[in-house]
Design a protein around this ligand. Structure first.
Ligand code: SF4
Ligand code: SF4
Length: 73
């Protein structure tokens, strides 16, 4: 059975809004947020948690270890 995500957490203190995670996600789970943070960064946001297959590409490619995906299993 395909894996499902329980939660995707983006640490706003570590994330620099590079959007690599958005680019590498094969399932359209993440998008750029329209809210700018106090450093001028547009952080990513989760738009389709159900679509996440817990492939962990976003975690592996994030240069700042800012995103983590928790699996349901
Ligand atoms: S774990 Fe995979 S499917 Fe889920 S958000 Fe990250 S890149 Fe997308
Ligand atoms: S790859 Fe990491 S630092 Fe870049 S936007 Fe995604 S969570 Fe933030």
């Amino acid at each position: 059975m395909a894996k499902k995500a329980k939660a995707i957490v983006i640490d706003p203190n570590l994330c620099k809004g590079c959007h690599i995670c958005i680019s590498v996600c094969p399932h359209g789970v993440l998008e750029k947020s329209e809210v700018v943070d106090n450093r001028g960064f547009f952080l990513p946001k989760v738009v389709d948690l159900e679509a996440c297959k817990v492939c962990q590409l976003c975690e592996m490619e994030c240069p700042d270890f800012a995103i983590s995906v928790a699996s349901l299993e």
